[in-house]
Design a protein around this ligand. Structure first.
Ligand SMILES: [Zn+2]
Length: 135
């Protein structure tokens, strides 16, 4: 499946809905391709008091449930179908699942198609020794 097909699938996954005043889901949709070649879908879950999580981590949870932990590609869209870049928490989350995920590609631009690796989006890995500045 190409990135354009993943993008269409992500847009089809949008399903904005509110469950009462403390729970909103489906305003963001993500499609993730695991190293096993399977696609995993997820939506955001926003709860009161700052609880919940992003569509990317929702898709990653589905992938982990299926026994895969390595990500090849990710597409994420907001409620109007616009591409979204992963937040810092999602970048960190995916990077901690497997070192190979540094090579995972995120679709960041539709036309012309442009991707970025997780490595480029998360350049200063806290697991590496800090560089000394000006010393
Ligand atoms: Zn996120």
């Amino acid at each position: 499946m190409c990135f354009h097909e993943m993008l269409a699938l992500a847009r089809a996954g949008l399903s904005p809905r509110d469950y009462g005043e403390f729970c909103s889901v489906g305003y963001v949709s993500a499609v993730l391709e695991g190293a096993n070649g399977k696609l995993y879908r997820g939506v955001n879950i926003d709860l009161a008091c700052g609880l919940g999580f992003c569509a990317e981590r929702s898709a990653a949870a589905a992938m982990l449930t299926d026994g895969e932990h390595i990500v090849r590609r990710i597409v994420c869209v907001g409620e109007r179908g616009e591409l979204m870049s992963p937040c810092g928490a999602c970048r960190e989350f995916l990077s901690l699942l497997a070192p190979e995920n540094a090579d995972a590609e995120f679709l960041v631009q539709e036309t012309p198609l442009r991707t970025r690796t997780l490595r480029s989006l998360l350049p200063a890995d806290w697991r590496q020794p800090a560089e000394k500045e000006g010393v």
